[in-house]
Design a protein. Structure first.
Length: 319
Protein backbone atom coordinates (compact mmCIF):
# COMPACT_ATOMS: atom_id res chain seq x y z
CA UNK A 1 0.00 0.00 0.00
CA UNK A 2 2.81 2.41 0.85
CA UNK A 3 4.60 1.64 -2.41
CA UNK A 4 1.52 3.00 -4.14
CA UNK A 5 1.60 6.06 -1.89
CA UNK A 6 5.24 6.67 -2.78
CA UNK A 7 4.25 6.74 -6.48
CA UNK A 8 1.55 9.31 -5.73
CA UNK A 9 3.46 11.53 -3.32
CA UNK A 10 4.46 14.07 -6.01
CA UNK A 11 0.85 15.33 -6.02
CA UNK A 12 0.51 14.79 -9.81
CA UNK A 13 -2.09 12.73 -11.67
CA UNK A 14 -1.22 9.07 -12.31
CA UNK A 15 -3.41 6.79 -14.40
CA UNK A 16 -4.70 3.54 -12.90
CA UNK A 17 -3.01 1.72 -15.75
CA UNK A 18 0.43 3.26 -15.07
CA UNK A 19 0.14 2.63 -11.31
CA UNK A 20 -0.94 -0.97 -11.93
CA UNK A 21 1.97 -1.52 -14.33
CA UNK A 22 4.48 -0.06 -11.84
CA UNK A 23 3.20 -2.31 -9.06
CA UNK A 24 2.50 -5.40 -11.20
CA UNK A 25 -1.18 -5.48 -10.17
CA UNK A 26 -4.53 -4.95 -11.93
CA UNK A 27 -6.36 -1.61 -12.13
CA UNK A 28 -9.04 -2.91 -9.78
CA UNK A 29 -6.36 -3.91 -7.24
CA UNK A 30 -5.00 -0.34 -7.53
CA UNK A 31 -8.49 0.99 -6.82
CA UNK A 32 -8.79 -1.22 -3.70
CA UNK A 33 -5.40 -0.08 -2.38
CA UNK A 34 -6.38 3.55 -2.92
CA UNK A 35 -9.52 3.02 -0.86
CA UNK A 36 -7.40 1.47 1.89
CA UNK A 37 -5.02 4.45 1.81
CA UNK A 38 -7.94 6.81 2.34
CA UNK A 39 -9.58 4.76 5.07
CA UNK A 40 -6.44 3.72 6.97
CA UNK A 41 -4.24 6.79 6.70
CA UNK A 42 -6.88 9.49 6.43
CA UNK A 43 -5.46 10.71 3.09
CA UNK A 44 -7.59 12.42 0.52
CA UNK A 45 -7.18 11.26 -3.11
CA UNK A 46 -8.79 12.93 -6.14
CA UNK A 47 -10.17 10.53 -8.74
CA UNK A 48 -10.80 12.13 -12.13
CA UNK A 49 -12.15 10.14 -15.09
CA UNK A 50 -9.65 10.15 -17.96
CA UNK A 51 -6.78 11.56 -15.83
CA UNK A 52 -6.41 9.08 -12.98
CA UNK A 53 -5.53 9.61 -9.34
CA UNK A 54 -3.90 12.48 -7.49
CA UNK A 55 -3.13 13.07 -3.81
CA UNK A 56 -5.07 16.13 -2.61
CA UNK A 57 -1.74 17.59 -1.39
CA UNK A 58 1.81 16.50 -2.22
CA UNK A 59 3.54 14.57 0.52
CA UNK A 60 7.13 14.60 1.77
CA UNK A 61 7.94 11.37 3.55
CA UNK A 62 10.65 10.82 6.17
CA UNK A 63 13.96 10.00 4.57
CA UNK A 64 16.83 8.81 6.82
CA UNK A 65 19.41 9.52 4.06
CA UNK A 66 18.20 13.09 3.69
CA UNK A 67 18.23 13.53 7.49
CA UNK A 68 21.83 12.24 7.59
CA UNK A 69 22.81 14.68 4.82
CA UNK A 70 21.20 17.64 6.61
CA UNK A 71 22.80 16.80 9.97
CA UNK A 72 26.12 15.34 8.91
CA UNK A 73 27.80 16.07 12.27
CA UNK A 74 25.20 13.96 14.07
CA UNK A 75 25.70 10.35 13.06
CA UNK A 76 23.03 8.63 15.17
CA UNK A 77 21.55 5.80 13.06
CA UNK A 78 17.87 6.23 12.20
CA UNK A 79 15.37 3.35 12.16
CA UNK A 80 12.36 4.65 10.24
CA UNK A 81 8.94 2.98 10.08
CA UNK A 82 5.86 3.70 7.98
CA UNK A 83 3.62 2.62 10.83
CA UNK A 84 4.40 1.39 14.34
CA UNK A 85 2.53 1.10 17.64
CA UNK A 86 4.84 3.60 19.38
CA UNK A 87 8.39 4.72 18.59
CA UNK A 88 9.17 4.47 22.33
CA UNK A 89 7.87 0.89 22.42
CA UNK A 90 9.90 0.02 19.30
CA UNK A 91 13.00 1.62 20.84
CA UNK A 92 12.58 -0.54 23.95
CA UNK A 93 12.25 -3.67 21.77
CA UNK A 94 15.38 -2.69 19.82
CA UNK A 95 17.35 -2.24 23.08
CA UNK A 96 16.17 -5.69 24.14
CA UNK A 97 17.40 -7.13 20.83
CA UNK A 98 20.86 -5.63 21.37
CA UNK A 99 20.73 -2.60 19.04
CA UNK A 100 23.78 -0.44 19.88
CA UNK A 101 23.05 3.02 21.33
CA UNK A 102 22.67 5.83 20.54
CA UNK A 103 20.03 5.42 17.84
CA UNK A 104 16.81 7.07 16.74
CA UNK A 105 13.42 5.53 15.98
CA UNK A 106 11.07 7.53 13.73
CA UNK A 107 7.65 6.73 12.34
CA UNK A 108 5.23 8.23 9.83
CA UNK A 109 2.41 7.29 12.20
CA UNK A 110 1.84 5.62 15.56
CA UNK A 111 -1.16 3.41 16.21
CA UNK A 112 -0.67 3.51 20.00
CA UNK A 113 1.38 6.67 20.61
CA UNK A 114 2.07 7.05 24.33
CA UNK A 115 1.68 10.29 26.25
CA UNK A 116 2.44 11.11 29.87
CA UNK A 117 0.16 9.88 32.63
CA UNK A 118 -1.27 7.05 30.52
CA UNK A 119 -2.67 9.32 27.82
CA UNK A 120 -2.55 8.62 24.09
CA UNK A 121 -0.55 10.82 21.74
CA UNK A 122 -2.36 11.71 18.51
CA UNK A 123 -0.13 10.46 15.68
CA UNK A 124 -1.68 10.89 12.21
CA UNK A 125 0.25 9.72 9.13
CA UNK A 126 3.02 11.94 7.69
CA UNK A 127 1.92 15.10 9.50
CA UNK A 128 4.02 15.31 12.66
CA UNK A 129 7.26 14.11 14.23
CA UNK A 130 7.26 10.95 16.36
CA UNK A 131 10.86 10.59 17.49
CA UNK A 132 12.64 8.42 20.08
CA UNK A 133 16.33 8.80 20.83
CA UNK A 134 17.96 6.01 22.84
CA UNK A 135 20.97 6.72 25.05
CA UNK A 136 23.00 4.33 27.15
CA UNK A 137 23.70 5.84 30.55
CA UNK A 138 26.60 4.53 32.55
CA UNK A 139 27.41 5.21 36.13
CA UNK A 140 24.95 7.31 37.79
CA UNK A 141 21.84 9.17 38.54
CA UNK A 142 23.55 12.51 37.89
CA UNK A 143 23.25 11.95 34.16
CA UNK A 144 19.52 11.42 34.53
CA UNK A 145 18.86 14.46 36.71
CA UNK A 146 16.75 17.00 34.86
CA UNK A 147 17.23 15.08 31.61
CA UNK A 148 13.61 15.44 30.46
CA UNK A 149 13.79 19.20 31.06
CA UNK A 150 16.97 19.39 28.99
CA UNK A 151 15.17 17.63 26.13
CA UNK A 152 12.33 20.16 26.45
CA UNK A 153 14.80 23.02 26.14
CA UNK A 154 16.37 21.48 23.02
CA UNK A 155 12.94 20.97 21.43
CA UNK A 156 11.96 24.56 22.26
CA UNK A 157 15.14 25.95 20.65
CA UNK A 158 14.61 23.78 17.56
CA UNK A 159 11.11 25.21 17.13
CA UNK A 160 12.36 28.77 17.64
CA UNK A 161 15.14 28.25 15.13
CA UNK A 162 12.54 27.24 12.56
CA UNK A 163 10.49 30.38 13.23
CA UNK A 164 8.14 29.45 16.08
CA UNK A 165 9.53 32.26 18.19
CA UNK A 166 6.82 32.15 20.88
CA UNK A 167 7.62 28.55 21.88
CA UNK A 168 8.28 28.27 25.63
CA UNK A 169 8.38 25.70 28.43
CA UNK A 170 5.95 24.41 31.02
CA UNK A 171 7.26 22.25 33.85
CA UNK A 172 8.17 19.45 33.64
CA UNK A 173 8.62 19.09 29.90
CA UNK A 174 5.83 20.46 27.76
CA UNK A 175 6.54 22.93 24.98
CA UNK A 176 3.75 25.48 24.58
CA UNK A 177 2.83 28.44 22.45
CA UNK A 178 0.68 30.62 24.72
CA UNK A 179 -1.57 28.12 26.52
CA UNK A 180 -1.46 25.59 23.69
CA UNK A 181 0.73 22.50 23.60
CA UNK A 182 2.91 22.11 20.51
CA UNK A 183 5.26 19.33 21.69
CA UNK A 184 5.45 16.71 24.43
CA UNK A 185 8.20 14.53 25.84
CA UNK A 186 8.05 11.08 27.40
CA UNK A 187 11.13 9.45 28.93
CA UNK A 188 11.18 5.71 29.52
CA UNK A 189 13.99 3.88 31.25
CA UNK A 190 15.21 0.27 31.34
CA UNK A 191 18.01 -1.19 33.42
CA UNK A 192 19.51 -0.02 36.69
CA UNK A 193 19.64 3.79 36.94
CA UNK A 194 22.39 3.56 39.56
CA UNK A 195 24.56 1.42 37.26
CA UNK A 196 23.94 0.87 33.52
CA UNK A 197 20.62 1.74 31.94
CA UNK A 198 19.07 2.83 28.67
CA UNK A 199 16.84 5.85 28.45
CA UNK A 200 14.37 6.45 25.63
CA UNK A 201 13.80 10.15 25.00
CA UNK A 202 10.43 10.23 23.22
CA UNK A 203 9.52 13.49 21.48
CA UNK A 204 6.25 14.29 19.74
CA UNK A 205 6.03 17.59 17.81
CA UNK A 206 2.85 18.82 16.14
CA UNK A 207 4.23 19.94 12.80
CA UNK A 208 1.77 20.15 9.90
CA UNK A 209 -1.35 18.86 11.70
CA UNK A 210 -4.35 21.16 11.24
CA UNK A 211 -7.23 19.14 12.63
CA UNK A 212 -7.66 16.19 14.96
CA UNK A 213 -10.41 14.97 17.21
CA UNK A 214 -8.03 12.88 19.24
CA UNK A 215 -6.59 15.56 21.55
CA UNK A 216 -8.49 16.54 24.68
CA UNK A 217 -6.36 19.55 25.67
CA UNK A 218 -5.54 22.88 24.03
CA UNK A 219 -3.02 22.25 21.22
CA UNK A 220 -1.43 23.89 18.24
CA UNK A 221 1.06 22.98 15.51
CA UNK A 222 3.94 24.69 13.71
CA UNK A 223 1.73 25.07 10.65
CA UNK A 224 -1.18 26.57 12.60
CA UNK A 225 1.21 29.05 14.20
CA UNK A 226 2.99 30.14 11.04
CA UNK A 227 0.70 29.29 8.11
CA UNK A 228 3.66 27.39 6.57
CA UNK A 229 4.17 23.71 5.75
CA UNK A 230 7.38 22.39 7.35
CA UNK A 231 9.88 19.89 5.97
CA UNK A 232 9.95 17.16 8.64
CA UNK A 233 13.34 15.84 7.49
CA UNK A 234 14.88 19.23 8.16
CA UNK A 235 13.14 19.40 11.53
CA UNK A 236 14.45 15.96 12.56
CA UNK A 237 17.97 16.98 11.47
CA UNK A 238 17.82 20.27 13.45
CA UNK A 239 16.39 18.48 16.48
CA UNK A 240 19.27 15.97 16.43
CA UNK A 241 21.86 18.75 16.30
CA UNK A 242 20.17 20.68 19.12
CA UNK A 243 19.83 17.57 21.29
CA UNK A 244 23.48 16.77 20.71
CA UNK A 245 24.46 20.26 21.91
CA UNK A 246 22.25 20.28 25.02
CA UNK A 247 22.97 16.66 26.00
CA UNK A 248 26.71 17.29 25.92
CA UNK A 249 26.28 20.44 28.06
CA UNK A 250 24.23 18.36 30.50
CA UNK A 251 26.78 15.55 30.52
CA UNK A 252 29.65 17.95 31.18
CA UNK A 253 28.09 20.21 33.81
CA UNK A 254 25.03 18.38 35.15
CA UNK A 255 21.58 19.94 35.22
CA UNK A 256 22.76 22.86 37.37
CA UNK A 257 24.60 24.18 34.28
CA UNK A 258 21.24 24.47 32.49
CA UNK A 259 18.90 25.38 35.34
CA UNK A 260 19.02 29.17 34.86
CA UNK A 261 18.41 28.97 31.11
CA UNK A 262 15.50 26.63 31.67
CA UNK A 263 13.91 29.02 34.21
CA UNK A 264 14.34 31.99 31.85
CA UNK A 265 12.20 30.14 29.31
CA UNK A 266 9.57 28.89 31.76
CA UNK A 267 6.27 30.45 30.69
CA UNK A 268 4.67 29.84 34.10
CA UNK A 269 7.39 31.39 36.27
CA UNK A 270 5.67 33.34 39.12
CA UNK A 271 2.19 32.11 38.14
CA UNK A 272 -0.49 30.81 40.52
CA UNK A 273 -0.92 27.09 39.78
CA UNK A 274 -2.42 23.84 40.99
CA UNK A 275 -0.06 20.89 41.08
CA UNK A 276 -2.00 17.74 40.29
CA UNK A 277 -0.87 14.37 41.63
CA UNK A 278 -3.64 11.84 41.00
CA UNK A 279 -6.63 13.10 43.00
CA UNK A 280 -4.56 15.54 45.09
CA UNK A 281 -4.32 19.22 44.12
CA UNK A 282 -1.77 21.53 45.74
CA UNK A 283 -2.19 25.25 45.18
CA UNK A 284 0.89 27.44 45.09
CA UNK A 285 2.98 29.99 43.23
CA UNK A 286 5.78 28.87 40.88
CA UNK A 287 9.18 29.94 42.27
CA UNK A 288 11.21 27.97 39.71
CA UNK A 289 13.13 24.69 39.67
CA UNK A 290 16.03 23.34 41.71
CA UNK A 291 19.40 22.08 40.50
CA UNK A 292 17.88 18.65 39.80
CA UNK A 293 14.90 19.92 37.82
CA UNK A 294 12.33 19.55 40.62
CA UNK A 295 9.57 22.18 40.83
CA UNK A 296 9.83 24.83 43.58
CA UNK A 297 6.40 26.06 44.70
CA UNK A 298 5.46 28.57 47.40
CA UNK A 299 2.67 26.84 49.30
CA UNK A 300 1.05 28.81 52.17
CA UNK A 301 4.10 31.06 52.33
CA UNK A 302 6.60 28.17 52.50
CA UNK A 303 8.85 26.85 49.70
CA UNK A 304 8.20 23.20 48.84
CA UNK A 305 9.89 21.03 46.22
CA UNK A 306 8.12 18.48 44.00
CA UNK A 307 9.36 15.91 41.49
CA UNK A 308 8.01 12.82 39.75
CA UNK A 309 6.78 11.79 36.32
CA UNK A 310 3.12 11.64 37.26
CA UNK A 311 2.80 15.27 38.32
CA UNK A 312 1.26 17.98 36.18
CA UNK A 313 0.49 21.68 36.47
CA UNK A 314 -2.63 23.70 35.75
CA UNK A 315 -2.92 27.48 35.86
CA UNK A 316 -5.32 28.66 38.57
CA UNK A 317 -8.19 30.89 37.47
CA UNK A 318 -6.80 33.76 39.58
CA UNK A 319 -3.27 33.46 38.12
C1 LIG B 1 3.16 14.01 26.61
O1 LIG B 1 2.13 13.45 27.01
O2 LIG B 1 3.29 15.22 26.66
C2 LIG B 1 4.28 13.19 26.04
C3 LIG B 1 4.04 12.84 24.61
C4 LIG B 1 5.18 12.07 23.97
C5 LIG B 1 4.84 11.59 22.58
C6 LIG B 1 6.02 10.99 21.89
S1 LIG B 1 5.71 10.68 20.17
C7 LIG B 1 7.20 9.79 20.06
C8 LIG B 1 7.31 8.95 21.32
N1 LIG B 1 6.61 7.70 21.16
C9 LIG B 1 5.55 7.60 21.95
O3 LIG B 1 4.77 6.64 21.99
N2 LIG B 1 5.44 8.73 22.70
C10 LIG B 1 6.50 9.65 22.43
Amino acid sequence: MLTLLKLLKDGRFHSGEALGAALGISRSAVWKQLQHLEAELGLSIHKVRGRGYQLAAPLTLLDPQEIGRLASSCNWPVLAFDSIDSTNAEALRAIDQGQASPFIVLAERQTAGRGRRGRRWASPFAENIYYSLVLRIEGGMRQLEGLSLVVGLAVMHTLRELGISAAGLKWPNDVLVGQKKIAGILLELVGDPADVCHVVLGVGINVNMQVTEEVDQQWTSMRLQSGKVFDRNLLVAELGLMLQKYLSRHQAGGFSAIQAEWEQNHLWQGRAVSLIAGVTHIDGEVLGIDSQGALRLKVDGVEKVFSGGELSLRLRDDS
